[in-house]
Design a protein around this ligand. Structure first.
Ligand code: GRF
Length: 202
């Protein structure tokens, strides 16, 4: 069984896709152990609670310094004893100590085909604004392992999505979420659950 902690900051549609996949049997060998958000108002926390998944908030506002927040976030994650940490729209920089402690055990979903439109400053609608400004005909989403950089870790899965004439950033964002993000994030988790299962069976 792959024990998973999901880190969120916003609406939680990627979290919802993971929950739905587990509950309807499309994603197996996975235990959603807890959801953590830096944002107390994140609707993603409501989604977790509605499905009986422990949901907690560790917010930078609760701490005097970034270092104290980083230590509290790492302590909260450690307390879950996860095999895998999934960043599903988590907009906080992952503390270096967490990256070091969980090598190749943190994955992130990014709404472009890395290495395009990624790195510092490329998040949310900004990614799609840049893609449309460049005039790309194809965009998509990427699941990658998290390393010390920003969107620079080894790529696990990608899925391409057509950019259509007249797309706005919001329309493109929604198409990429529906056709790519909500598909490859559960798929990536399944790959890692299967890998753990094979390792356990020896
Ligand atoms: C998604 O577009 C994801 O690619 C990006 O942030 C957004 C999160 O959306 N990292 P949600 O909170 O999963 O709905």
């Amino acid at each position: 069984m792959l024990r998973v902690a999901v880190l969120v900051s916003g609406g939680g549609t990627n979290l919802q896709s993971i929950i739905d996949h587990v509950e309807d049997g499309r994603l197996t060998g996975v235990e959603l152990a807890a959801v953590i958000s830096n944002n107390a108002g994140a609707f993603a926390l409501e989604r977790a609670r509605k499905h009986g998944i422990p949901a907690l908030c560790v917010s930078p506002k609760q701490f005097a310094t970034r270092d104290e927040f980083n230590d509290a976030l790492l302590a909260a994650v450690d307390g879950i004893h996860p095999d895998l940490i999934v960043l599903a729209g988590f907009l906080v920089v992952i503390p270096p100590k967490m990256v070091e402690k969980y090598p190749n055990r943190i994955i992130n979903i990014h709404p472009s085909l890395i290495p395009s439109f990624c790195g510092t400053g490329y998040y949310g609608l900004k990614v799609h604004e840049a893609a449309l400004a460049r005039g790309v005909k194809v965009s998509g989403a990427t699941v990658h392992f998290v390393d010390a950089g920003t969107d620079t870790g080894p790529i696990l899965l990608q899925k391409a999505v057509e950019v259509k004439e007249g797309d706005t950033p919001e329309v493109l964002q929604r198409r990429i979420m529906e056709q790519a993000e909500w598909v490859i994030l559960p798929q990536a988790i399944q790959m890692l659950a299967d890998r753990k299962n094979r390792e356990e069976q020896g």
